[in-house]
Design a protein around this ligand. Sequence first.
Ligand SMILES: [Zn+2]
Length: 449
Amino acid sequence: MNLDKLIGRRLLTKELDDKSVKDLPFVNTMPAMIKINGEYKCMRCDSLIDKGTKTFDPIRKKYFYYCDNCIQMNRVDSDEHLFHIKEEDVLREAPTDKILTWKGKLTPGQEKISNELLETYQKREDLLVHAVTGAGKTEMLFAVIAQALKEGARVGIASPRIDVCLELFPRIEEAFSTTDAQLLYGGQTEDYRYTPLVVATTHQLLRFYQAFDLLIIDEVDSFPYAYDPSLNFAAKNVVRTDGCTVFLSATPNAQVMSDVASGKTKRTILSARYHKHALVVPKFIFSNKLRETINDGSIPRSLAKNIEKFRQEKWPLLIFCGEIKLMEKLEKILNKKYPGEIKSVHAGSSDRKEIVEEMRRGEVKILLTTTILERGVTFTGVNVIVLESNHRVFNSSSLVQISGRVGRKVERYDGEVLFIHDGVSEAMKLARKEIVEMNNLARKERLIG
Ligand SMILES: [Zn+2]
């Protein structure tokens, strides 16, 4: 068996191609579950085991429990073990080739963060980079990744979102073309191999252990990472005791901010976009009886007027809706008026990727969506309408991310964000306040004109 699979990772017996490696002196064995106060706990994901998982194994003629929290990464049983080879037992030579093959140039704002990252990495301190939407986060990471690789370190870049990983990996490969890198996500067919540079979904971190000298987690406030304590546990476990973590977010959540408040994590802010123009500030538009009007088969006046205006200007339009039912009704009505121009997507749409591509190519002019497209997508020149922006699904982070879809490209660095509502919510006020404050900060720091 290729022992590389075990370096800096923890695998179950069923994940070993050759079971005899278990007996090798440098392979560490640890129980996959431990019993504390009569309760089993999964050592891979830190979850307490549900007693309902008790199962009888007719072959071994005994009962066992299993972890249903991390079951998607192969089942952990109560009598299983995890096998691991320590990362530091591997002799790694520092690379001699030029590591950073990226030829671009950083903006002054990006450069400031890039230098801070180098400094905190040297001290092995954790850092939260709070960078506005469209700041150009990836480029700011290149210098610190290059420095770590130069020292012979192993670097992990993780995101809860598979689409972020898929988009990031080719850019990382291009920027570090002399370094062996690998992309890991659920359901892929390619075999795992040891690489000094790893891009992975946060779920894949569950298989690593004390592996990375530098771990970077992008979109740290997004689903599922922000809502799953076992992924937070995994992220801590994969960083070596003398390593550090960089958190990236445009909208850090309470959990990340509490680590900042307690001094555990430092924070730095990048208030400006890479193109040095301000973030677009949302406009609030009051509209009475929005829902009733759509349910009656008509388009609310405020919506109709703005759709027509954006169509005349020939820019694409994203309309965010709080509920699928209402979105589908609106789609029907709009389709009658503008046949062939409208489509919609939500989490359950099987053709989501294709529709997003059609929107990118300009074949779809108006795309109706749920919060599923609140982040991770860029449509050049797009305007945004949030319908029922006071709906409870739109929290302030969501509204900041949605507003951040507009003006991302230098070809059209402005545009419009309209919050159509029937009563201003706290989240709307907070989102607008955050955007205005970031613009003020960017002006003060002279990062935007
Ligand atoms: Zn587990």
